[in-house]
Design a protein. Sequence first.
Length: 142
Amino acid sequence: MSNDCIFCQIVSGDIPSRTVYEDDDIVAFLDANPLAPGHTLVIPKDHYETLGDLPDGEAEGVFGVLHALTPVVEDAVDADASNVAFNNGEAAGQEVPHVHGHVIPRFEDDGGKPIHAVAGPRPDLSDDELDDIADDIAAGAE
Ligand code: 5GP
Ligand code: ZN
């Protein structure tokens, strides 16, 4: 636990939350400043800052709960769809440094944007650059 982390304080019960799911390792609760009705956050109970910091077992728990909960959240608010995403690191907009997946319900004509809208302008990459990037990722994934 990190004493100055808001989400650790939610896990410990020091800060109240509208908890919608809990098991030994994971808790899910409504976002306090929702982007849509039903906006839900899924977190590991242990404090890790980013996805890369999460050990395998904990990652499976987080993604498993996201998988199970997403259709449940959509049904609860009668959503047409959802965006499921992580702001993974400060440069990507992560404000609370305790890894969390967002489930953001979406509705026809809600005026929102697809996830493609989160990054800056699209880079103009040559075939060689794309090949090098693909090689580096594939090597790291081995
Ligand atoms: P981030 O930008 O780090 O991906 O998102 C953090 C999210 O946590 C925001 O959507 C914000 O509304 C939510 N949040 C921040 N503080 C609290 C809190 O004390 N309780 C709850 N339930 N959500 C919070
Ligand atoms: Zn924390």
